[in-house]
Structures are given as C-alpha cells and as structure tokens.
Design a protein around this ligand. Structure first.
Ligand SMILES: *Cc1c(COP(=O)(O)O)cnc(C)c1O
Length: 373
C-alpha cells in the first residue's frame, strides 16, 4: 500500500553507502580498525572509560555476567532485580549463568518502580538492571540509592535509550556497567545485529573483550575458554556514521513526540506517555506508547489503524514474569499489578527520526476518527 506508515524506519545516507564499500574493499572484516574506532567513539560519546563491542546486547551482557562470575562478583543462585516489562533478552543472559531474575513492577513512567524493587531484596540480591524503556530514563537517583544502601551493582539496559539524558548526563554513564543494542529498530543501528557494554571497570572490559574472541591473549594463546561473539567491520563503519548524527536523529523523534502530544492532547480515552520531568529527564522516544482504557479498545484501535495502512505494535503483550519459559524454569511468579494492567492497554505508534508532521497528523486523525465512533 502506497500510503503505509511503518512503526519504524532505519536511517540511510550516501555517506554510509560509501563507507560500506570502502570497508568491503579494505580487506579487514572482523575486529579491525573500524571496530576499535567505534568502541573509542562510543565510550567518548557516552562519557565512560571503556566500551566493548559484541554481536548483540544479549551476547555482550552474557559475557559481562560471565566476567562478573570469574571475578567473584556474582555466582549461581544470586538474584538480580529487573522490571518484568522489558524485552525478553534483558533476562536471558542471567538465566544462562544460573542467576535468578527477580521481577519488579513499574511506575507510571513504564520503568522500574524503585519502591517495589526495594521490597523484593533478599540476602541473595546482588544487582539491579534498570531498563530505560521506550527511550525514557528510569529513576536513576532512586535506583542508585537502593544500590548503595544494599551494596548492589547496577547494569543499565540502554538498548532503547541511546542518547537519553538524566540530569543532563547521558544514561549509560551513571552505573558501573551499561549495555547497548544496535538491532535495526533501535535509536542507534548498524544494519544488522550488534551490541556493546559500557563500563567504568577496566578489568571487566578486558575480560569481556577476551571472552568474545575465544579467550585469546594473542593469536595462538588462549587464556580462557571463550566464545565467538565478535563484531564486524562493516557494521562498525555503519555505526560510526549513525553515531555522528544520533543527536539529530533523536531530535527528530522528540519533535515527532511533540506533534503527537499536540494532536492527541484532547482525545478521550487516550493516555499519552508521561512528559519529561523538566531538568531531570530527556526522553529519546524509541517508542511512542499510548494507553487505552481497556484491552478491547486497544485491539480495536490497532485494527482500525491497520486498516488505514498504519502499523502499530505492543511492547510487550506478555510480561516476562508470565512467559512460559520463565514458569518452566522458576515456577509461577508473583503478580505485578501495574505491569499486568498496562500490557493489556498499551499501543506503540509509528516513531522514527524521519517521520513527517503530515504522517503524525494522519495517525492522529485516524485515532480521533476511531475515538468518535
Ligand atoms: C532489543 C533489546 C534487548 C536485546 O538486544 P539484542 O541486541 O537484540 O540482543 C535488550 N533489552 C532491551 C530493552 C531491548 O529493547
């Protein structure tokens, strides 16, 4: 359909096309100079001392947990606090390492509710993994306070929040560790899978970088048993170019969010995502998520928009504490009332840097039309 408005669309440019060809002809394909430069540029951009690329967020965090285990900072049977409302991969690495995810409820910003998290602390709790969901910073001050009081490490899940700020500083720079994803729909992408950890810990950075490449110290000397979870030069070159324009791309998302707010402000039965807390949060709108009054209304609006050629999504329809894979491993999990309520009613609208005012208006008009009937 010609008038179709997608949920997300990747940024392209001629510079990127040229850089891809350059790398192809250059003859370096894996963990070469482009990867090295991308790591340095990411670390500088986020304002952290170390960045290590890996083949995805999931891979990078798996290696991070293994490094934490090897350094005695974490062991099988330990627990990490994590919001249930996040992409399933947020919790996969810990489970592969024998760590138990302790699912927490969210507050009305869709990010971890620090008070709910506090109630779930046990003697086995070692860490907390806040997720800056939909590009909105989690309450970093409250999470850090909780972590300090209980001697927990913090890993920021920045898969959806590259460039978001908390009190003027980019998220990903606050905690000891953070992780990025470059999956195609994310704010920063590399035209394929990819991820990285950001860390203030030099030893962790060195160990993760060794583990991602077969535990190699040099070409034929393996100090540890590792993995092949490396990063590619073409993707790094793409990422470097995307990073140069990332603030601009995020600006496009923020502008679109303002258009949505203007157009949808007075539509009955539509709850907009919480506005930024002035002087505290700067959201980068990985998603623009509205909430309807109930599940049937959500389904009915999604259907109506689809008929108009407008793509929507639900992030996420099944919260992680209710996933069959989790119940299989850990049994039935305690209820999380707000999470369970929100997942029935949320709907993600088209959101990407180049979305036009006209496209946003088209989406908004379709929603108004639906709201009237
Ligand atoms: C996409 C995503 C991940 C996983 O990233 P991959 O690079 O696909 O492994 C983890 N957490 C969140 C919040 C995500 O959105």
């Amino acid at each position: 359909m010609s008038g179709k408005i997608p949920l997300s669309r990747v940024h392209h440019s001629e510079v990127i096309d040229r850089r891809i060809l350059e790398v192809v002809k250059g003859g370096n394909y894996i963990l070469g100079p482009e990867c090295k430069a991308f790591e340095q540029e990411l670390a500088a951009w986020f304002g952290v001392p170390h960045c290590v690329l890996s083949s995805s967020w999931t891979a990078a965090v798996h290696l991070l947990h293994l490094a934490q285990i090897q350094f005695g900072q974490l062991k099988a049977g330990d627990e990490i606090l994590v919001p249930s409302l996040t992409a399933f991969p947020s919790i996969e690495p810990m489970i592969h390492c024998g760590i138990r995810p302790v699912f927490c409820d969210i507050d009305d910003t869709y990010t971890i509710d620090p008070e709910d998290a506090r109630r779930r602390i046990t003697p086995r709790t070692k860490g907390v993994l806040p997720v800056h969901l939909y590009g909105r910073p989690a309450n970093i001050d409250a999470v850090q306070k909780l972590a300090d009081e209980h001697e927990l490490f913090v890993i920021e899940d920045c898969a959806q929040s590259h460039g978001a700020r908390w009190r003027g500083k980019r998220v990903g720079s606050y905690a000891r560790h953070a992780a990025l994803s470059f999956y195609p729909s994310k704010n920063l992408t590399v035209y394929g899978d990819g991820g990285a950890i950001l860390t203030h810990d030099a030893d962790i950075a060195k160990r993760v970088s060794m583990l991602r490449n077969h535990g190699r110290k040099d070409k034929y000397l393996h100090e540890k048993v590792g993995f092949n979870l490396r990063f590619n030069e073409i993707n790094a070159a793409v990422g470097r170019e995307q990073l140069k324009v990332l603030d601009q791309l995020n600006g496009g998302r923020r502008r679109a969010a303002e258009w949505y707010r203007r157009e949808l402000a007075d539509v009955a039965g539509v709850t907009l995502p919480p506005a930024d807390q002035v002087g505290v949060t700067e959201t980068v709108y990985h998603m623009f998520v509205i909430r309807l009054d109930d599940h049937d209304k959500r389904e009915s609006l999604a259907r109506h928009l689809k008929e108009q050629g407008i793509e929507t999504g639900v992030h996420y329809p099944v919260p992680n504490h209710r996933q069959p894979a989790i119940e299989e491993v850990f049994g039935k999990q305690p209820a999380l009332p707000r999470t369970e309520d929100y997942v029935k009613r949320i709907l993600s609208l088209p959101m990407f840097p180049a979305i036009t005012e006209e496209e946003v208006t088209t989406v908004a008009n379709a929603i108004r039309q639906w709201a009237k009937v």
